[in-house]
Design a protein around this ligand. Structure first.
Ligand SMILES: Cc1cc2nc3c(=O)[nH]c(=O)nc-3n(C[C@H](O)[C@H](O)[C@H](O)COP(=O)(O)OP(=O)(O)OC[C@H]3O[C@@H](n4cnc5c(N)ncnc54)[C@H](O)[C@@H]3O)c2cc1C
Length: 411
């Protein structure tokens, strides 16, 4: 393995120049996984993050990890006790016209989800990399720029927002793990990539409530007034979603309106009433998807939301980010172990196979969730037909369960 250590010198212009093997931009689930796995094998890396440690350890986002990804992290020593003991979900429920329709995807596929809030995973991975392994991470890295990715000696520069000092690190590879609003993707010439976008044309009001879950499983409410969802985020906190116009303001959703819409859209005969609580986060997501192809150019490899966004319909984004990170690490480790570059050469295609399967499944489910509120009776009819097929046909249900849990997405 390459144990290239970071050295430092100050250039004539006062910028501090260093050298390492891999620069990873972004300390989300993707970047932290790459950083941990590379440093565990002695490959030197520098992890750059624009935010502070406190901020990223508290940023609430995803919460559902597919079992195959948890097992993959466990095999590599990256699943902490909190994750392995997390609550497991194996069913979800749709409510339409007052009726409950349960989709038993765990029984159909043999796998389940682990309910583990993203900020806890980030905290675990950061502790393992920075505190236990002594990994190099620079928080507050502003104005990150990537240079020379089409040469064999790329470099990444940034400004330390604490001191104002500009730094540059020369490296062998750059891992662009800086999420949907990151900057690394812009280093790829526009003529060398294709960005496919799909806008769902709707908004989701994403809410976090300081309230215990009101059901044992995820609940999707299909309603003419708009979709709604209930998802556990632990014993004391629950995520809710309400469909709203794109670009709507969270200020249009005071406490009373939120809970009365949730009660109406998630109601069903025989269902337990919602346990209400203070709304501690309110933000509007404009629901859209994109895929960047290829996911690499020269010495830059994109991973996670930097390369693809999946609207959080079927809880796919964090799982895809981790899949990319595992494949990228395998490719980089093979390069450093014995000069085998086949993994890096096939990285983009290998990731994109799962990405497109997940995008397709997300689209398919999205029509079930949004058809009933579209105002179009044709779309509402299609949604109801899909729901019946999913929950009543064992053959169709098994195939869809595999896609929901990601156990059959390698085509
Ligand atoms: C409300 C919501 C709910 C979701 N629910 C789910 C779910 O249940 N299941 C699921 O699988 N997915 C879900 N997702 C998606 C999931 O959160 C993302 O797919 C996941 O965060 C992607 O991880 P990542 O590491 O690629 O990017 P990120 O987590 O976005 O990490 C990127 C990091 O890069 C940093 N950064 C950005 N720009 C720069 C820069 N210029 N320089 C340096 N650092 C930079 C950011 O601060 C961040 O720390 C949800 C998303 C949202 C918003």
């Amino acid at each position: 393995m390459s144990g290239v250590s970071v050295g430092e010198r100050t250039g004539r212009d006062g910028t501090r120049a260093e050298r390492t093997s891999v620069v990873i931009v972004g300390a989300g689930p993707a970047g932290l996984t790459v950083a941990n796995l590379l440093s565990a094998e002695g490959v030197a890396c520098v992890l750059l993050e624009s935010e502070s440690r406190e901020f990223i350890e508290q940023r609430p986002r995803a919460g559902f990890l597919e079992e195959w990804v948890v097992r993959a992290l466990e095999r590599r020593g990256l699943a902490g006790p909190g994750l392995l003991k997390a609550e497991a979900h194996r069913d979800c429920e749709f409510r339409l016209d007052g009726e409950q329709h349960v989709f038993r995807y765990g029984a159909l596929s043999g796998y389940g989800h682990f309910v583990y809030p993203q900020q806890l995973l980030v905290t675990d991975l950061l502790r393992a990399y920075a505190d236990e392994a002594g990994g190099d991470v620079r928080f507050g890295a502003g104005d990150v720029t990537v240079q020379g990715i089409d040469t064999d000696r790329p470099a990444v520069s940034w400004t330390d927002t604490g001191t104002g000092e500009r730094h540059t690190v020369a490296c062998d590879f750059v891992a662009g793990c800086d999420g949907a609003r990151g900057v690394t993707r812009a280093a790829i010439p526009e003529s060398r990539l294709r960005v496919s976008r799909h806008d769902l044309g709707i908004g989701w009001l994403a809410l976090l409530a300081q309230a215990p879950p009101s059901a044992q499983r995820v609940v999707f409410g299909l309603h003419p007034r708009g979709f709604a969802a209930h998802m556990a985020r632990g014993p004391e906190v629950t995520r809710y979603y309400l469909e709203c116009p794109p670009g709507d303001s969270p200020d249009n959703w005071p406490h009373e309106r939120v809970w009365s819409e949730l009660r109406a859209r998630l109601g069903a005969d025989g269902a337990a009433p919602l346990t209400e609580g203070e709304v501690i986060e309110r933000r509007v997501l404009d629901m859209h998807n994109y895929v960047v192809e290829p996911m690499s150019y020269g010495r830059l490899y994109l991973a996670g939301d930097a390369a693809h966004l999946v609207a959080p319909v079927a809880a796919k984004g964090m799982n895809l980010a981790l899949n990319d990170a595992l494949l990228l690490t395998d490719g980089l480790l093979a390069h450093y172990a014995d000069g085998d570059d086949s993994g890096l050469a096939g990285y983009s295609d290998a990731c994109l196979r799962r990405v497109w399967q997940y995008q397709d499944f997300n689209q398919w489910v999205s029509e079930i969730l949004h058809g009933p509120s579209s105002g179009d009776p044709f779309r509402a009819g299609v949604a109801a037909a899909r729901l019946r097929r999913m929950t009543r046909s064992e053959t169709a249900g098994a195939a869809l369960a595999g896609l929901y849990i990601g156990s059959n997405a390698e085509y």
